[in-house]
Ligand binder design. Structure first.
Ligand code: APR
Ligand code: PHB
Length: 389
């Protein structure tokens, strides 16, 4: 078998790249380790920068997002039992779209099926070969039979635990990482959201976040120690802790109900450099991870894919390889800015195990400065709604 591009990973990054390439007549095969149902069972964040919204529209998969998504023109930050709003529209003239990543992935799979593009699920032992030659190929096993796909390029969109990043020689790869000493306990519930926009709360007991998927489905998080087990948290214990950490007026409005999903996720900042090696390009979580505090994970994957799509299109349509040569530096420049923002939001909003009273005051004062300063709010709004591509 032969394909111009082999995409390893059928998550948002891989599927969006496949869709953008297909629309330009560049055929790619997606090799996905898991079943379609497994991929679509993942619960992930759902805040889209408007640039990501426009990219999904350009990919022809924005219809359901605009029909079911929730445009948000601001966000609430809270500390010491009171909250204040950052008005994105007033500060930077942009907004965000709240629309679950699971839905985006489903929309991308539907488009891929409609296009008749090749997606191979349960592809095991995916292994790129000859990445430092002009004739790379990828092997994999499906139902016990080994297959080979010859190609021009390989897109590593296989997430943090994928195979692609390991194909870059250790002598070339540089990794930057910070693991945070806490996790997020998340609950999904079919209850109306406590607020019309998200609430990020700093509290001395720990961080809390009130988010949503729709007007009838809410997503909440509380910071927990890494030693906590999700089984030890009853729904009631979760709701009680959430109420303690958000402002009283919000807590009084909170509508609780049975959790339909409950899990604990660790927080990590991670960047791998370079994002290209020979005919291999990394995109999305395969190259970088952000703590979810800035809602940047999916948005960074979209940015990488935009750059990679542009580079591959220039190669195939004009024989112009400046995009390919410049992909890693261009993508990393934007990745690092989002890493900084996500790290700074995490440092401002979470309680660290060894945090001193002085450091708690610094967090509270940073929030107070944000509340009082148009300049500070503009900077926050610029980062949260998305830096330019
Ligand atoms: N071979 C084939 N597929 C693989 C392999 C492999 N060796 N390893 C992983 N995969 C698949 C996973 O099953 C997954 O479906 O690659 C896909 C990677 O998807 P994601 O992990 O969702 O990463 P990405 O597409 O970059 O999307 C980034 O997802 O994890 C969130 O917070 C993150 O919102 C961000 C978004
Ligand atoms: C979510 O809705 O899951 C969500 C929203 C914003 C974040 C993180 C997660 O920063």
């Amino acid at each position: 078998m032969r394909a111009q591009v082999v995409i390893i990973g059928g998550g948002p990054a891989g599927l969006l790249l496949g869709q953008l390439l297909h629309r330009d007549g560049i055929e790619a095969v997606v090799l996905e380790l898991r079943t379609r149902d497994y991929v679509l069972s993942r619960i992930r964040a759902g805040v889209l920068e408007w640039g990501a919204v426009e990219t999904l529209d350009a990919a022809g998969v924005g219809a359901r997002m605009h029909a079911e998504g929730l445009p948000h023109e601001g966000v609430y930050l809270a500390a010491q039992n009171r909250g204040f709003r950052i008005d994105f529209e007033a500060r930077v003239g942009r907004r965000v779209m709240v629309y679950g990543q699971t839905e985006i992935t489903a929309d991308l799979y539907a488009a891929r099926d409609a296009a008749g593009a090749v997606t191979i699920h349960e592809a095991e032992g995916v292994t790129p070969h000859g990445l430092d030659t002009d004739a790379p190929y990828v092997t994999y096993t499906k139902d016990g039979t080994e297959h080979r796909i010859d190609c021009d390029f390989v897109a590593g969109c296989d997430g943090f635990h994928g195979v692609s990043r390991t194909c870059i020689p250790k002598s070339v790869l540089r990794a930057f990482e910070r693991v945070y000493p806490f996790g997020w306990l998340g609950v999904l519930s079919d209850t109306p959201p406590v607020s019309d926009e998200l609430i990020y709360a700093n509290h001395e007991r720990g961080f809390a976040l009130c988010s949503m998927r729709t007007k009838t489905r809410s997503r909440y998080y509380v910071q927990v120690p890494l030693s906590d087990k999700v089984g030890a948290w009853s729904d009631q214990a979760f709701w009680d802790e959430l109420r303690r950490r958000i402002p009283e007026d919000s807590a009084a409005r909170l509508v609780t109900g049975p959790s339909i999903e409950k899990s604990i996720a660790p927080l990590r900042s991670f960047v791998a450099e370079p994002m290209r090696w020979g005919r291999l390009f990394l995109a999305g979580d395969a190259a970088h991870i952000v703590p979810p505090t800035g809602a940047k994970g999916l948005n960074l994957a979209v940015g990488d894919v935009r750059y990679l799509h542009e580079a591959l299109l220039a190669h195939y349509s004009d024989g112009d390889d400046t995009g390919i040569e410049g992909y890693s530096d261009r993508a990393l420049a934007r990745v690092w800015k989002a890493e900084r923002f996500s790290w700074s939001m995490t440092m401002m909003l979470h309680r660290f195990p060894d945090q001193s009273p002085f450091e708690q005051r610094m967090q509270e004062t940073e929030l107070a400065y944000l509340e009082s300063s148009v300049a500070a709010q503009t900077a926050m709004a610029e980062n949260y709604t998305g830096l330019p591509f």
